[in-house]
Design a protein around this ligand. Sequence first.
Ligand SMILES: CC(C)(COP(=O)(O)OP(=O)(O)OC[C@H]1O[C@@H](n2cnc3c(N)ncnc32)[C@H](O)[C@@H]1OP(=O)(O)O)[C@@H](O)C(=O)NCCC(=O)NCCS
Length: 166
Amino acid sequence: MKQGIVVRKLKPNDAVTAYALMRSVLPELMHRGLYSRESIGYDLGDYRPRNFVRYIKKKGGVLLGAFEGKTAVGLLLAFSEYGGLINIDWLMVDSNYRRMGIGERLLKRFEMNSRKRKALHRIYTDSEMSNKTAFSFYRKMGYENVATLKDWCFHENRYVWVKKLR
Ligand SMILES: CC(C)(COP(=O)(O)OP(=O)(O)OC[C@H]1O[C@@H](n2cnc3c(N)ncnc32)[C@H](O)[C@@H]1OP(=O)(O)O)[C@@H](O)C(=O)NCCC(=O)NCCS
């Protein structure tokens, strides 16, 4: 495990470093053929720093960062909660910091927070079907692959992952 990495909630003045991390990871995923140009373009627009600050301030969302000093090296972004389910929109770690347990720390912290919220009974998320790393990661973290969504958003193919909280 990498020393000196702090996992905490994002604050409004983290928006620039958080966005910088997205600007590095999302194009990487596109170049690896895991996401389309359209979906990456959409998310980079959606999370630009001014919007990011709004998301961070919005009640109900859970936005976590892994920080080395003031630099974000990992992010877990969850906004939508409905009927006892909470969705992870993005989970990512800087490519230079992978396989050091940071993704696991972010997810475990999120699960711990979610368990404290009595109304929540399940976490769900999705990953592109060709994203083998995400597949291994979510399986290792105890998520169940409950569905396959072919030709889904932006015509991508997705696995849906679920973990029961209680
Ligand atoms: C998926 C991701 C978040 C994992 O983060 P990470 O910090 O590297 O993961 P961890 O070090 O916490 O790994 C935990 C476990 O997941 C599995 N795992 C992680 N990366 C893996 C890989 N490349 N190959 C196989 N298994 C892997 C392993 O079982 C690992 O445990 P181990 O190292 O003890 O064997 C990271 O690879 C990433 O940011 N990828 C790009 C963004 C992405 O695809 N996000 C997921 C879809 S939203």
